[in-house]
Design a protein around this ligand. Structure first.
Ligand code: 13P
Ligand code: SF4
Length: 310
């Protein structure tokens, strides 16, 4: 790695100004990246921020599908990422060719795809959703229409319970959210009987069944702010704890228990991004998201449908 400035934070702030760049960061980023972000949020808020920005450069500190979404909404702006290898198990487990073959089996169905998918899957979908608007999008589909939901089976199952709609589910999952142990969560609840259990809908059904509140990362954060409780067991990626602790310093936050003793509630893709890589991406304007214009345009339509309904 080439020489780095001694004060990386200041160097990033200066470069942002020089490049007329905006830094978008997801809650699953390291705290030092979150603290430098111009917009910090969940997947929906970041897509909305990407649509609104008039910056020349978007530096997306998140994973590839998020930056790709920003490029789809901003074809004329430069979109850079700290690390091009920051993928997602949900997106990787749903390749475009297999998804199109699945869709083709149900030609009359409406297809809703979670934003955690690649552009090819988006282009072949009717609607995109995120964890914060998924219920609304499902309810917007006429009752007589069959729904195909991809790629997260856990979010899909939770939506079926909430809306009473039967959907065909792609069998994908998130490597972080499927790691939580039901047995250890029950033990933790016994140890901290006053703690509220809060979970992201990407968690498996037995975990969600034990939750006092289920929602997107932003919804979980808001809940911890407005709720009168003092202690929370948090079942999502650990990065969100940074904002929870900042917003409610007097409250106590306990990371959800993974099955093994590992750092498995840190997303291995999100955590590829570092402050050093953020600096280098801004300095070199690389690595850049580039897309085939036809694919980009086809993928834009279901994203715009989602944004219009959000
Ligand atoms: P939200 O940003 O919608 O909470 O989803 C979390 C996630 O897994 C992003 O990859
Ligand atoms: Fe994908 Fe899960 Fe990482 Fe989110 S936390 S980017 S869903 S692997």
């Amino acid at each position: 790695m080439s020489q780095l400035p001694a004060d990386l934070d200041q160097a990033i702030v200066d470069l942002k100004k020089e490049r007329n760049a905006v830094l978008l960061a997801h809650y699953y980023q390291d705290g030092d990246i979150q603290d430098l972000a111009d917009h910090l949020g969940d997947s929906l808020q970041l897509a909305q921020a990407a649509k609104k920005t008039d910056a020349d450069v978007i530096l997306f500190a998140g994973v590839h599908f998020m930056a790709e979404t920003a490029k789809i909404l901003n074809p004329d702006r430069i979109v850079v990422v700290p690390d091009m290898a920051a993928g997602c198990s949900l997106a990787d487990g749903c390749p475009g060719d297999r998804f199109r073959a699945w869709r083709a089996k149900y030609p009359d169905a409406v297809s809703i795809s979670y934003i955690n998918c690649n552009a090819e899957v988006k282009a072949a979908s009717d609607y995109i959703c995120t964890s914060s608007n998924a219920e609304k999008i499902v309810r917007a589909v006429p009752e007589d229409k069959e729904i195909l939901f991809a790629p997260d089976k856990n979010l899909g199952r939770w939506l079926m319970q909430k809306t009473g709609r039967k959907m065909r589910l792609w069998q994908g999952s998130c490597v972080v959210h499927e790691t939580f142990s039901e047995k250890k969560l029950i033990q933790l609840k016994e140890r901290y009987p006053k703690a509220k259990v809060i979970a992201h809908p990407e968690c498996e059904a037995p975990i969600l069944a034990l939750a006092d509140f289920i929602g997107s990362t932003t919804a979980l954060l808001k809940y911890t702010i407005s709720d009168e409780g003092q202690q929370y067991i948090v079942l999502t990626e650990d990065g969100i704890l940074h904002q929870m602790k900042k917003a409610s310093p007097a409250k106590d936050f306990i990371s959800g228990p993974p099955q093994a003793s590992c750092a498995c509630n840190e997303c291995p893709f999100m955590r590829l991004n570092t402050l050093e890589k953020v600096y280098l991406a801004l300095r070199d304007l690389e690595p850049r998201i580039e897309m085939d214009p036809q694919l980009r345009e086809a993928a834009r339509i279901p994203i715009e449908r989602m944004l219009a309904l959000s």
